[in-house]
Design a protein around this ligand. Structure first.
Ligand code: 1BN
Ligand code: ZN
Length: 321
């Protein structure tokens, strides 16, 4: 401080000196708050960066072009081959979890695909979705949003996560047989996720899983990601607070809680925290499980928004664990 400025302050009355001191302290608090906000915004941007919605949409286009992809079909074999090739190109190690499912239409061969990304630590976060499409007699169901979008989203997430330094270990899991083979029931649905949980329980690996982020129908043009009420409350809060921090409140309205039976349930039943990031719009707009679930109802922007939300959630889970 210059000597003339110091002289001016010294010549002030005591009351005036106190107000100057308070004003200076106030600006310091403001500067600190602004600095913290700036730091927080740049950390958020860095965590969210890297997911390319157009690339994910291109994966979706290729999967949908294969046509209906029910379990044990040649089209699902081709989808599996495509997914494994993309993971391999990204440098992700791929394993298969093959099993024969007992279903109302007999024994059906199914295969989950697991991409493993080791981190510095052994604790695992599973990012998952299904890649089969519903068997709907009489309907050419290509499942662009339901079955296609989850698989495509996971491929692009694997590319981004493979390039990053990882603290936690990530498993990218593509479930087979999420859909019913005949009519949805506890025994005719979720074949792939039930099998993964059983296997991980048997081998003792389930204890290492800190969280499961399940993605289902994540590409709709006008999404309404709802409060799925079977999800673990703290993880669902993390999902919605992350969406708010990124400015996506309108696509994540905190209304209409609905329970959905989905691939997160076998984990929740076994005590593993899990959340279903699922769009309620296909149910509300009436195109769920119809021939109208096509590519034109999907958008690369939604895929990128979901990718960014998931990446920030993963960063937050690393900080918390
Ligand atoms: C999600 C996508 N689901 C099926 N395809 C789960 C579901 C179960 C949805 C019951 C509606 C009713
Ligand atoms: Zn479905």
């Amino acid at each position: 401080m210059s000597s003339s400025k110091r002289a001016k302050i010294v010549s002030m009355s005591k009351g005036k000196r106190q107000s100057v001191a308070l004003a200076l302290a106030g600006s310091a608090v403001l500067f600190t708050a602004a600095g913290a906000h700036y730091f927080e915004q740049s950390r958020l941007a860095a965590s969210a960066e890297g997911f390319d919605g157009r690339r994910a949409f291109d994966d979706l286009r290729r999967l949908v072009a294969l046509g209906p992809r029910p379990p044990d079909s040649p089209a699902l074999d081709q989808a599996r081959k495509y997914i494994a090739e993309q993971l391999g190109d990204a440098g992700v190690g791929v394993t298969y979890d093959a099993f024969a499912a007992t279903t109302p239409v007999g024994q059906v061969g199914m295969r989950n695909i697991i991409g493993k990304l080791p981190g510095d630590r052994p604790e695992v976060v599973i990012i998952a979705g299904h890649y089969d499409t519903a068997r709907l007699p009489g309907i050419r169901f290509v499942g662009a949003n339901d079955g296609g979008s989850s698989a495509a989203e996971l491929i692009e997430l694997a590319r981004v996560l493979a390039r990053r330094r990882r603290s936690l270990t990530y498993w990218i899991v593509f479930f087979d047989g999420e859909e019913a083979m005949d009519h949805w029931s506890p025994t005719d649905s979720l074949y792939g996720s039930r099998h993964v949980v059983e296997s991980m329980q048997r081998t003792g690996q389930l204890h290492e899983v800190r969280a499961v982020l399940l993605l289902d129908m994540v590409a709709g043009r006008d999404p309404h990601f709802g409060l799925e009420s079977n999800s673990t409350p703290w993880l669902r809060d993390l999902l919605f607070s992350t969406a708010r921090r990124l400015g996506y409140e309108s696509a994540f309205p905190r209304r209409t809680p609905l329970p959905v039976e989905d691939d997160h349930l076998p984990f929740i039943t076994s005590g593993v925290p899990a959340v279903d990031l699922i769009d309620f719009a296909p149910f509300l707009q009436g195109y769920h499980h119809t021939a109208q679930d096509t590519l034109d109802r999907c958008s690369p922007n939604t895929m990128e928004m979901v990718g960014r939300v998931v990446l920030v959630m993963l960063a937050e889970l690393s900080r918390r664990s």
